[in-house]
Design a protein around this ligand. Structure first.
Ligand code: FPP
Length: 254
């Protein structure tokens, strides 16, 4: 039985989030420039997005560029921006053919204009697609996102539109960049680092975390299936006891 056949299609994570790590090391290990690793990483983006869409995953978030990545050497930053803009320009028709809606989260205003306009156009062109939503986190960090949310809420309070005692989890959620998406249920990080690195800190509260040593350019559909199978073997308790969860699923089956 192949890994794909072993996946229970009724227990798929609704939303998968991925920290695509290891492009630089993958390239350097081959004696190549770091940018070469990012170019190969695009192939993994294609494979994984296709794999998720084929399976019926509803939301896929990819961490493509963090707020901290702006501090990388200028040629790498420029190369990454050009690669992103070019990839999206080339892939927009494929996205639509596969009914995939593209969305962006992050401080997009910081992007160079050619990249920002190209990405925004792709978002607009795929706006009515109703299959999988592909969310690219770009110039994104969770602390940036939480700060934006807190500032907007404080503003609402100052204007008298909101009372401090009315602020609840839902208020915060509505002000996050991810307000239109459910929380990820599975977070994958490639390349051996076991960190969250300022990615969806609030939204990953109950996500299952999956870390693999595979570098992102080597990560393909089979690795995705492996991560999903691992997710399906876990018991998600959301703070309850294992016995409570077993009783609840036994009740659901009747
Ligand atoms: C992390 O590897 C990867 C990135 C910072 C960039 C990821 C971007 C792509 C794969 C480009 C295309 C993306 C889309 C959505 C079209 P790293 O450079 O941190 O690797 P290292 O940890 O080995 O140095």
């Amino acid at each position: 039985m192949s890994q794909l056949e072993k996946i229970d299609k009724n227990q798929l994570p609704l939303h998968i989030a991925i920290i695509m790590d290891g492009n630089g090391r993958w390239a350097q290990e081959k004696g190549e420039d770091r940018l070469y690793g990012h170019y190969q990483g695009v192939e993994s983006v294609r494979n994984v997005a296709e794999g998720c869409a084929e399976l019926g995953i509803r939301f896929l978030t990819l961490y493509a560029f963090s707020t901290e990545n702006w501090d990388r050497p200028e040629p790498e930053v420029t190369g990454l921006m050009e690669l992103l803009a070019e990839t999206i320009r080339q892939e927009v028709s494929t996205l639509t053919r596969n009914n995939i809606k593209l969305q962006l989260i992050g401080n997009i205003a910081m992007l160079p204009e050619y990249a920002r306009l190209g990405l925004e156009e792709a978002v607009e062109l795929t706006r009515n697609n109703s299959g999988m939503t592909l969310i690219i986190a770009l110039s994104y960090s969770s602390r940036w996102e939480l700060l934006q949310a807190v500032k907007t809420i404080a503003n609402d309070v100052q204007k008298g539109n909101l009372l401090p005692e009315q602020i609840n989890e839902d208020t915060l959620r509505r002000h996050l960049a991810t307000n239109a998406f459910p929380d990820p249920e599975l977070m994958i990080r490639t390349s051996g680092e076991c960190r969250i690195s300022n990615f969806l800190l609030y939204q990953l509260a109950y996500a299952e975390l999956y870390f693999t040593d595979t570098r992102w350019p080597d990560f393909g559909k089979e690795h995705l299936y492996e991560a999903i199978l691992n997710f399906q073997q876990r018991q998600r308790r959301f703070g309850k006891t294992g016995e409570q969860i077993q009783r609840e699923s036994a009740t659901d089956m009747h």
